[in-house]
Design a protein. Structure first.
Length: 264
């Protein structure tokens, strides 16, 4: 596991955007096969998406040969609802870049058969060639996507019931009312994320500090599903000084030293 530490969220977001763009360009220089990218929602990736949009418009990267799959979607929330993840992704990324519409995949939370929808999603990821890189965030309790604490680390895309804590955190998007947050969601599983060739997780702010401590220094456990990244050959956490604050001083120094050595 690598941990990239920046002074603040803005700097971390820019690092992630440039890293993703470099990986897209690197594959494009080697093969005509599409770059398969996993994407997340929430306030955390907004600055990363903004920088990717700038880079596309500046001709520094193109999404014409990118296939994307989003992490999750609420069950029963209309696609046109402003807080659906369909709406979020188009508002903050897809409407501003050159990714073909047919390459965009987001789970259908209004599917008649949600189990079949999840199974089809896994098959579509496999048919695309599997993820080259998965960009994710982390919840305050250490969950990735909607894989709440005690989700299996071998889980795949499925329907999940959201905890009250998650609904309360997300209530800020629903007028401050936790009961307005859908009770269920469709989500990729922990194993779905970890099957990616690379995983990049964004974590900013002091509210994510406990989650990072558990994921980095604690045991690999279904209590903190981000901890599954410990077993990934190419997992990276991008964080800021506030979110890394609870790890041991020597852990902090180690990660800073590794990055400095790699950049020599």
């Amino acid at each position: 596991m690598k941990v990239i530490i920046r002074d603040n969220a803005k700097e971390g977001s820019l690092w992630a955007a440039h890293y993703i763009a470099a990986k897209i360009n690197e594959k494009a220089a080697q093969t005509s096969a599409p770059f398969v990218l996993g994407l997340c929602t929430g306030s955390t990736p907004i600055d990363t998406y903004a920088e990717l949009i700038r880079m596309v418009k500046a001709g520094e990267v193109s999404f014409k040969n990118v296939i994307s799959f989003n992490m999750d979607e609420y069950v029963g929330l209309p696609v046109e609802h402003p807080e659906s993840y369909h709406s979020f992704m188009h508002r903050y990324l897809f409407d501003h870049i050159d990714e073909p519409a047919e390459n965009i995949h987001i789970l259908n939370g209004n599917a008649t058969d949600t189990t079949a929808e999840c199974e089809a999603y896994e098959k579509a990821i496999e048919a695309a060639g599997g993820f080259d890189l998965f960009l994710g965030g982390v919840g305050e309790d250490g969950h990735i996507a909607f894989n709440e604490p005690f989700s299996s680390l071998s889980s795949r895309t499925r329907v999940i019931t959201l905890t009250q804590d998650t609904r309360e955190v997300n209530a800020r998007f629903f007028g401050g009312n936790p009961e307005a947050v859908p009770a269920q969601a469709l989500t990729v599983g922990v194993a779905t994320v970890l099957s990616s060739k690379e995983v990049v997780i964004l974590a900013f702010g002091s509210k994510k500090a406990r989650a990072l401590k558990d994921a980095i220094e604690g045991p690999m456990s279904h209590y903190c599903t981000l901890s599954g990244l410990q077993n990934h050959p190419a997992g990276t956490i991008v964080c800021d000084e506030a979110s890394i604050g609870e790890v041991k001083v020597n852990s902090y120094r180690y990660f800073k030293a590794v990055e400095a050595a790699e950049n020599r």
